[in-house]
Design a protein around this ligand. Structure first.
Ligand code: PLP
Length: 410
């Protein structure tokens, strides 16, 4: 099985995992609780002696478990835990694995709600340093003896900055620090963070992996590369058995069971169906996005285009070395920032919407929407100008999108 290709593996994963009646998909298991013929088995579930049985859907169902198994294979990891949303996954990550007095180093260029959550963590006593992670030296300079975690996004939303992934991975490995990579934008179709020694990989499944804008979800995959036996924040109750499972166990018990932001079976199913076409979509969207980025860069009304596969992108060499494509995410600035809203109104195809990684192209003025609450100072610090437009490139025919951008710019 392991030698099979990525998509072959995904489309046959449900049957390999085990389905009922020969179904080619895992069934949507809607029961909230699971019953047993013998009370000893019910007790065994609670005491951990009966393995592989389900108990209460907040802690997982066969449908979420099948998706988790698929995600782990996709990222080349040893297991995964799914959540109701990407933000639920990030919240569980921080609250489960960090304690007051710990220090967290995060990229300064992260999704706006993640940035806001970092401030919440600071209020709970976790010291947070937000650094420009495009250079490993900034991360290294921020490290302290109590640094437990370094958190970055593979391609930052919306500015497309790329952290110094290989060097940060090597630094974290050398110092025994947990390296967490939010791989929402690229997805494992274009890049696996295990290749740069990330210990945990995080996803908003809502975006690239589902790909159809029909289901919210999030997940954390353990790559198996981090040594949990040396991590001081694993509770005594979970320090037993194979240490490689300790992190996932704590995330599942403390993060999923106790915090309760569980993925529904219905949404897990919708995400799993979307994941079957992940590689095709990621490839197509990357190809179209590059054509649009090149067109925009050559247009006199456009001041700047942020897209990893453009030679003008500051981390282009790294993107070419590590990624199989640039993804659907791009942003650009018009020469006249005041024209940004009129320009967006003139677009006919991209939907004016906050979403990302959808079948349809989606467009949004960044400063006035997703980064409005952050305020002018944070926007300036993150390099988000008033005229910044974010485009999530969908699966429309490239020629139609090029026509549309051309007429709106004219
Ligand atoms: N991580 C990244 C990089 C995102 O872009 C988003 C949402 O846009 C999230 C996490 C949060 O995911 P969700 O919307 O599923 O909560």
């Amino acid at each position: 099985m392991t030698s099979r290709g990525f998509t072959t593996d995904i489309v046959h994963a449900d049957r390999a995992f085990g389905t009922e009646h020969g179904g080619v998909h895992q069934a949507v298991h809607s029961s909230t609780q699971y019953g047993f013929d013998k009370v000893e088995d019910l007790i065994g579930v609670f005491q951990g002696t009966l393995k592989g049985a389900y108990n209460y859907a907040r802690q997982g169902t066969p449908t979420t478990a099948a998706l988790e198994a698929k995600l782990a294979r996709m990222e080349g990891g040893l297991g995964a835990v799914s959540f109701a949303t990407g933000m639920a996954a990030i919240t569980a990550l921080f609250l489960t694995l960090l304690r007051a007095g710990d220090h967290l180093v995060a990229s300064r260029y992260v999704f706006g709600n993640t940035n806001s959550l970092l401030d919440t963590m600071a209020g709970l006593g976790v010291a947070v340093s937000k650094v420009d992670a495009t250079a490993v030296a900034h991360v290294a300079a921020a490290l302290r003896p109590e640094t437990r975690m370094v958190f970055v996004e593979t391609v930052a939303n919306p500015g497309t900055q790329i952290p110094d992934l290989e060097a940060i991975g090597a630094l974290c490995a050398e110092r025994g620090i947990l390296f967490v990579v939010d791989n929402t934008v690229l997805s494992p179709a274009l890049f696996r963070p295990a290749a740069v020694r990330a210990g945990l990989v995080l996803h908003s499944l809502t975006k690239t992996i589902a790909g159809h804008g029909n289901a919210l979800g999030g997940a954390i995959v353990d790559t198996g590369l981090f040594d949990w036996s040396a991590y001081p924040n694993i509770a005594q109750a979970y320090r037993k058995g194979d240490p490689r499972q300790w992190g996932l166990t704590q995330l599942r018990k403390k993060g999923l069971r106790d915090m309760g932001a569980s993925l529904s079976s219905q949404h897990a199913h919708a995400i799993a169906v979307g994941a079957e076409t992940l590689v095709l979509r990621a490839r197509q969207a990357s190809e179209t996005a590059l054509a649009l980025a090149q067109f925009l860069e050559s247009h006199p009304a456009v001041a700047r285009v942020h897209y990893p596969m453009l030679a003008s992108h500051p981390q282009n060499a790294q993107a070419i070395r590590l990624f199989k494509g640039g993804s659907w995410l791009m942003s650009f600035e018009l020469r006249q920032a005041d024209d940004c809203q009129a320009f967006i109104n003139r677009l006919r195809l991209p939907v004016k919407s906050t979403g990302l990684g959808d079948t349809r192209s989606l467009v949004i003025p960044v400063a006035h929407t997703i980064f409005w609450e952050a305020g002018a100072a944070v926007r300036a610090d993150m390099g988000i100008s008033d005229g910044l437009v974010r485009l999530s490139v969908g699966l429309e025919d490239a020629a139609d999108l090029l026509d549309d951008l051309g007429q709106a710019l004219r």
